[in-house]
Design a binder for this molecule. Structure first.
Ligand SMILES: *Cc1c(COP(=O)(O)O)cnc(C)c1O
Length: 391
């Protein structure tokens, strides 16, 4: 089955009770048993719910994975994966990391005796130096946010294999939120687990928060599933329904996101008022070859800086008509964000600037509106802000 067919059909059988073509929202916490211990596979909705089960089958199919667990948020999914570890274990982490993931690692899990080393994983020597004898996990995010740097997933898996004998292998987990399963398949590149914030491209309509963990490894899945029930970070049946509805059109949406983002990246790069564009689909991106090898498309996220004073970025963001000034990403509507003041505001300025997240940087989540309207919006804001900040 090809991707679009899987997205529409996996887990979406007609309802066995009524024949309803669309999976119903089973808004129930419990299930009546025929006799003590005799039931249809469901006894309590934290443990399992038919709407969530349909979503889990669909999300696993999107990553071509055997197993899937759905969660109430991307962070709950990430926490469930970290539940694989115990006090004394060590994790090597991408340094250009989603802020919420950094907060969970540094301010929650570090207190439980788990060690974290943050490293630029695109530098394989630095990565190798960060590995300790107690390293049990590699946490990869690629492309990164907001600078769209790429990590070579297969290379990290290769390093892991070389360092760890079979049987004591560290787990490679990839947060695949930015690329979406339509453009990147970490499991096929050797990763053990994929994590998604389904809030973003998979849900796709900015109306539901959710997360997922997908794997082909039954032993890993069993532990994640155990913690899903033991900790309880599950999505409601209604949230599961909304995510499932959104995911059916993922292929269609991703193609449009990418088409618009490629055109906008090209437009910005050739505009005399733009200093630099960060988009893996541009031949000028330093890892464009890796992007072509590792991804089947370049996605809908891009960042850029303008010429002139850095405060011009804020003036520019305030001028947009169709790009809403908002955090988050991956919905059908275009968004603009000023990372230094918004998504990455909690990182101290010095550390932020060391990573390249300056006050002049702007990030776009390119939506699927008509391209000509988006280009006109950007062009007008560039002209308007050029008048105010002519060099
Ligand atoms: C949003 C996001 C998360 C967290 O997901 P939530 O659904 O907001 O909990 C994790 N990783 C990445 C890359 C994200 O963009």
């Amino acid at each position: 089955m090809k991707f679009s067919t899987r997205a529409i059909h996996a887990g979406q059988d007609a309802d066995p009770a009524t024949g309803a073509t669309i999976v119903p929202i089973y808004q129930t916490s419990t299930y009546t048993q025929e006799a003590v211990g005799v039931h249809k596979g469901y006894d309590y909705s934290r443990t399992a719910n038919p709407t969530r089960a349909a979503l889990e089958t669909q999300l696993a199919a999107l990553e071509d994975a055997r197993y899937g667990c759905a969660f109430s948020s991307g962070m709950a999914a990430t926490a469930a994966v970290l539940n694989l570890l115990s006090a004394g274990d060590h994790v090597v982490v991408t340094d250009d990391l989603y802020g919420g993931t950094y907060r969970l690692f540094a301010r929650v899990l570090a207190r439980y005796g788990i060690g974290f080393t943050y490293v630029d994983m695109s530098d394989l020597e630095a990565l190798e130096a960060a590995v300790e004898t107690n390293t049990k996990m590699f946490w990869i995010e690629t492309p990164t946010n907001p600078l769209l740097k790429l990590i070579d997933i297969a290379a990290v898996c290769g390093l892991r294999d070389a360092r760890h004998p079979e049987g004591q292998r560290a787990v490679v987990a990839v947060d695949n939120t930015f690329a979406s399963p339509y453009f990147q398949s970490p499991l096929a590149l050797g990763a053990d687990l994929v994590v998604h914030s389904t809030t973003k491209y998979i849900g796709g309509h900015s109306d539901v928060v959710g997360g997922a963990v997908l794997t082909n490894d039954q032993a890993l899945h069993d532990v994640v599933k155990f913690h899903q029930n033991a900790v309880g970070g599950i999505p409601s049946p209604h949230d599961a329904y909304l995510t499932m509805r959104g995911a059916k059109t993922l292929a269609l949406r991703m193609r449009e996101h990418e088409r618009n983002a490629l055109a906008i990246a090209g437009f910005l790069e050739s505009h005399p008022q733009v200093e630099r564009v960060y988009y893996p689909g541009l031949p000028s991106h330093p890892q464009h070859d890796l992007a072509k090898r590792q991804m089947s498309g370049f996605g809908g996220m891009l960042s850029f800086t303008l010429l002139g004073p850095q405060r011009r970025a804020i003036d520019f963001a305030n001028r947009m008509r169709y790009f809403s000034l908002a955090e988050s990403l991956g919905g059908v509507e275009s968004l603009i964000c000023h990372p230094a003041r918004m998504t990455h505001g909690s990182i101290p300025r010095e550390e932020r600037e060391r990573r390249g997240i300056t006050d002049g940087l702007l990030r776009l989540s390119v939506g699927i509106e008509d391209l000509s309207d988006l280009l006109a919006d950007l062009g007008d804001a560039l002209e308007g802000s050029a008048r105010d900040y002519s060099r």
